[in-house]
Design a protein around this ligand. Sequence first.
Ligand code: HEC
Length: 167
Amino acid sequence: MKQYPSFSKGLNGCYIILMLMAFGCNSNNAGLQAQVDNLSHQTQKSYKPGLGEFMLGIQVHHAKLWFAGKNQNWKLATFELGEIQESVDDIKLYCTDRPEIKSLPMLYPALDSLTQAVKLKSLKQFQTAFIGLTKTCNSCHETTHHEFNVIKIPDTPPFSNQDFKAK
Ligand code: HEC
């Protein structure tokens, strides 16, 4: 009987410790939540390139690819093809809010044919595959109601400060 009060005192002590722990936990959670809110706010505000910006990049690589291939500069052509592929991957990652990207896979067979032509170092196959790629750009622009963005084989190199001939 004598032990009972001291046992309950011990229990009270336990409660206090538990409450302190719970309080500590809660304030920690609140701090973490504030950090999460702050981070997600920052992410929402951070700059993400839009589809049009990726397309501008692709436009440049499309033109450079043509002059690389025409000059049978297969190393540069491989590089430019890789850049187009990277832009396509980035579009898939960053432009999920654009329903048009459903049509992106139509580009894959055209890019595969070009990769094949560049691997074989065949100018003839390259030219055919490049026409195929350019047609696909326009097919997608038509499908996505951007038919006024007409892509063609370039007449002149896009930049005068780059040499497209193989070293
Ligand atoms: C998924 C379908 C699709 C494919 C494939 C595609 N485009 Fe586009 N393109 C679009 C859409 C949609 C826009 C409009 C983007 C916007 O709203 O800014 C666009 C816009 C453009 C623009 C205009 C950008 C500007 O601001 O002036 C260019 C240039 C362009 N594309 C080039 C290309 C080239 C070159 C290819 C092929 C290598 C290609 N596109 C393939 C859908 C596509």
